[in-house]
Design a protein around this ligand. Structure first.
Ligand code: COA
Length: 310
């Protein structure tokens, strides 16, 4: 089946009657799926086939997610009630595929599809207040709570709305687009984006070696427009953990819109939760960088940086 769009590990294909047994196994699992999507009564194969036919006839934006590597069914994802540039997101991942990072990968891909292909400016969703996992994943993907009742938490994401997400392996393609765009807008970047570089970046997300590295990405208009990279420094000097700010960069066309401040604020919050109280940065010599660092609250320029080649 030809995918309508794809992400790193997932093909998004139209719903189909051939997948009805997978849909039923997913949705009729009351404990691990049904109760989270308000599905109490079991669905029959006939009802499900009717649902597939109806969605296909309507040309509704509803897709089944298949694992690229194996073709196995992951779950369904859809926009409901698309009107006036807004749609409501729904997602369900079958029990055996949950907690493998597929939700975190699928949601931003679907939001981008909605914004790019369907012209959505807002994506809404509602989630049960006790569905802590879904709320955590939605927040990670940039959704923010805007209302709450006893029964539902309402969340949304807006097209040009700035949101900050942790940098994970799933974001590597977005970061490569960001880095290519940086070079189109300014031409002084010192490293080349070749296969060796991409492999090295991808490898940094494997295993434990980079567990002290903290990186966040800023998204606007459905694309990565900035990033911040830091790492923890542990020293026997006083037994403290400090952090070093390795890089902060925003696309030239998105500067002066609070992106860098939002990235720094997100990093600060993360460092606080880790008990880190000092973030050390070397400031680039250019005037724009100097101005930015001087405007950072509670910061002080002192000492002199030195680079020692090893
Ligand atoms: C909610 C759902 C879409 C998430 O997709 P997923 O692929 O399982 O999630 P991921 O593996 O991408 O991420 C799971 C995250 O939740 C965290 N998590 C797991 N259980 C959790 C819990 N009980 N409370 C808080 N966080 C939890 C994991 O640690 C992980 O976060 P991390 O990557 O920051 O460590 C999926 O589990 C699902 O379909 N569940 C059943 C139906 C449902 O709830 N749909 C949403 C209805 S609004």
């Amino acid at each position: 089946m030809t995918p309508i769009f794809t992400s790193e590990r997932i093909d998004f294909v139209p719903v189909s009657e051939a997948l009805v047994p997978d849909y039923l196994a997913m949705i009729n699992d009351r404990e691990r799926v049904g109760r989270f999507i308000g599905r109490i009564q079991p669905i029959t194969a006939e009802q499900d086939r009717w649902w597939v036919q109806k969605k296909l006839a309507e040309g509704a934006p509803v897709f089944s997610m298949l694992e690229k590597a194996t073709g196995a069914f992951i779950g369904n994802i859809e926009f409901m009630d698309v009107a006036d540039g807004a749609g409501e997101l729904g997602i369900a991942i079958t029990a055996g595929m949950q907690d493998r990072g597929y939700g975190t990968e699928a949601i931003p891909a679907m939001v981008r599809y909605g914004m790019d292909a369907l012209g959505l400016r807002h994506v809404f969703l509602k989630v049960f207040p006790d569905n802590a996992r879904a709320i955590h994943v939605y927040e990670k993907c940039g959704f923010r709570e805007y209302d709450r009742t006893e029964d539902d938490v309402f969340m949304k994401i807006t097209k040009d709305g700035l949101h900050i997400v942790p940098y994970t392996a799933a974001n590597v393609p977005d970061v490569l687009s960001f880095e290519r765009r940086l070079r189109e807008e300014e031409d002084f970047w010192g490293w080349v984006i070749d296969d060796a570089y991409i492999a090295q970046v991808q490898k940094s997300f494997e295993g434990d070696a980079f567990r002290d590295a903290l990186s966040f990405l800023a998204y606007m208009d459905g694309q990565a427009v900035g990033r911040i990279d830091a790492c923890l420094i542990r020293s026997h000097f006083d037994g403290s953990t400090k952090a070093y700010l390795d890089w902060i960069c925003v696309l030239k066309s998105y500067r002066h819109r609070g992106v860098a401040q939002a990235l720094l604020e997100r990093l600060r919050r993360e460092l606080k939760t880790k008990g880190v109280d000092t973030l050390i940065a070397l400031t680039a010599a250019n005037e724009e960088a100097q101005r930015f660092y001087k405007s950072v609250p509670n910061s002080l320029m002192r000492d002199t940086g030195i680079w020692i080649d090893i």
